[in-house]
Design a protein around this ligand. Sequence first.
Ligand SMILES: *Cc1c(COP(=O)(O)O)cnc(C)c1O
Length: 406
Amino acid sequence: MKLPVYMDNHSTTQVDPQVVDAMIPFFTQHFGNAASRQHRFGWIAEAAVENARKLIAREINADAKEIIFTSGATESNNLALKGIAEAYSMKGKHLITANTEHRSVLDVCSALERSGFRITCLTVDEFGMVSPQSVREAITDETILVSVMMANNEIGTIAPLVEIGKVCLERGILLHTDAAQCIGKIPIDVRLLNIHSMSLSAHKVYGPKGIGALYVRSKNPRVKIIQQMDGGGHEHGLRSGTLNVPAIVGFAEAVRLASEHYGVESARIAALRDRLEEILLSIEGARRNGHPAKRLYNNVNITIPYVHAADLMTALKDDAAFSSGSACSSADLEENKVSHVLSAIGLEDELARCTIRIGLGRFNTEEEVEYAGKKIVTAALRLRDVSPQYQLMTKKKSLPVTALTH
Ligand SMILES: *Cc1c(COP(=O)(O)O)cnc(C)c1O
């Protein structure tokens, strides 16, 4: 067993060795520019890109021409939301999203707001669910786009996209979804779900960082997007810039491997997750966040009252790597700011600070889960026992009622 045990697979994943193997020839021998039409180096690179495009498209029941390669889900969310807002602003200037979205959706919405669009940010229930009814009620004659993530990257809750897709279809409104946590984990059918655009990322599914895609529907209806990157006109003009051929090849190989593993891998990781939750929930007062059933099979999000996640992570830095929330938010926020997702599901700040997020993955073993689980429990109990608030609370409990009135 290698320590610390990596358990932060919602942030990123280890690149699968098979993915690395698939990529290497495109650094060494087949280094051509996929846009070079005059020679074999270019043809080989282009063929590899088109193969990758087909494979990723097939995985989500799309056409190859509907896949636009980007640098990742952040860029895809930017391109979709800004690009659609710009293209449809004559029709209306209202967008609908939810308060548990990834920063790369929420911050884009704030930017759009500053340039004259109106945003409705829906609230979610205690499980992090967006209700299709609330989407329906928020739609006005001005609405052009609804953006709801497929699964949340902190609490794992899977959105009712079938129902939301129906609402959008009925009202003739475009639906965008951020599926960064879902590709390779849950089957996705963009036609069935009535999705018009969708963001994907390779590094959440054992592929390389810095590569992703945007699905853009080409018929029924054909979605218009204004490019946010001008240049050589790559990717149908929607995303100029020389294609990252090795990364694209790696992305496709990662998706291929994931779909090959689907059932077996999800069952194995779900069992590990259940075991880890069982260990952690044995702590008195510990509770799970997210939807009990409709959630990603690898997500563990647990609040351990009186135990600050920051202290727990420090105590366990040599044993297990997990997080207190999304890496993307923790990158720029002050120490004390709590996760917007935990606030959205109604957790008060103090409890949000006592919350850990664990994402299990392909390379985690039973041995690792047992080891890390027990280490977390031991450290948490120790930290709790020295917490002044906890001591105060237990003392109060054991005192006769009259003592408390003084
Ligand atoms: C990781 C993640 C992103 C950002 O993806 P990048 O490819 O790193 O830009 C966006 N949305 C969700 C839900 C994510 O989990």
